[in-house]
Design a protein around this ligand. Structure first.
Ligand code: FE
Length: 307
């Protein structure tokens, strides 16, 4: 049995394919990550869950830290998933990569005027920046990895600069940020590229493009969706085989095409629309750092007035 915070229309085709190939039936329960973790905790050794699948390294880190996951030693997973996209203690493995990058309308804001996440704090962008709320785990993870590389003091200065440059109060989601740029309400924003991919799949004329920041430095901030074997699974072998399959070429291609994310397995291409945005250098800091520093990031954003 799988507990997953990924939405059903995304994971069901994968589960069905696994059943077709192996004859193993997958039962699952979907909910948001925090209630699923609470459920795993409350159920303890009575849980039916063998695998936990969720998004964001912060959630995965927390699940591991709460003792809800157990280490999985697997040569196949070690080969398929790069080391910075998995838990150093093997309690979870990234299965897709989510790039959180700058987006702009190239007609209004040329790519040559853009450079880094830090540069978005420069006063030249006053009244031009749109961000999603700091309550988003995605922004918490972005800021957490900035703390890890730039230090807390410098990061806080950057976040204060972002807040000073906002064109509008923080938005509830990434889609709203993309729409506000398309509408000319803001010049630049920061979003996960799969939202842009899904919007452009429906509307190829949408005048918003990704820009890859920090290419001369640490690279684009990436996060993961991932999976781990639950601490109290009574089908550890089956759970491991399923996660191994999810990391395989076929499943990775299926997953990436469906959701417009990047495959975690570097041998596999993203969807053609996504490939069309070109290659970029990604930040290879271990994504578990985002989890470790998430609470500090939340406090820092609060101090900096980022709501
Ligand atoms: Fe998302």
């Amino acid at each position: 049995m799988v507990y997953t915070s990924r939405n059903e229309q995304l994971v069901k085709p994968l589960f069905d394919r696994y059943t077709e190939e192996t004859g193993v039936k997958i039962t699952y329960l979907t909910d948001k990550a925090p209630p699923l973790m609470e459920r795993l905790r409350a159920e303890g050794d009575r849980t039916q869950a063998d695998v936990f699948i969720t998004v964001d390294a912060g959630n995965l880190w927390q699940a591991a830290n709460l003792g809800l996951l157990q280490p999985t030693e697997s040569a196949e997973l070690q080969a398929n998933i790069p080391s910075h996209l998995r838990d150093p203690d093997n309690r979870w493995y990234g299965l897709s990569v989510r790039a959180r990058t700058i987006v702009h309308n190239p007609q209004v804001t040329p790519a040559m005027s853009l450079s880094t996440y830090e540069d978005l704090a420069d006063p030249k962008w006053r009244g031009k920046l749109c961000l999603r709320s700091s309550k988003s785990e995605y922004n918490q993870s972005l800021v957490a990895t900035m703390i890890a590389t730039l230090g807390a003091e410098r990061t806080e200065g950057v976040v204060r600069g972002w807040v000073a440059n906002l064109a509008a109060p923080p938005f509830a989601n990434d889609v709203a940020v993309i729409e506000a740029i398309a509408a000319g309400r803001c010049a630049i924003g920061v979003v996960n590229t799969y939202y842009l991919g899904r919007q452009k799949r429906d509307n190829p004329e949408l005048p918003v493009q990704p820009f890859w920041p920090n290419q001369d430095g640490r690279g684009v901030h990436v996060n993961v969706s991932g999976a781990g074997v639950t601490a109290h699974s009574d089908n550890v072998e089956g759970a491991r085989a399923f996660i191994e399959w999810l990391s395989s070429d076929k499943a990775q291609a299926l997953y990436a095409n469906e959701n417009m994310e990047y495959p975690a397995n570097p041998k596999i291409d993203a969807a053609s629309l996504v490939e069309g945005w070109g290659d970029f250098k990604a930040d290879v800091i271990n994504v578990s750092e985002a989890g470790r520093l998430q609470a500090e990031a939340v406090k820092l954003m609060d101090r900096a007035g980022y709501r």
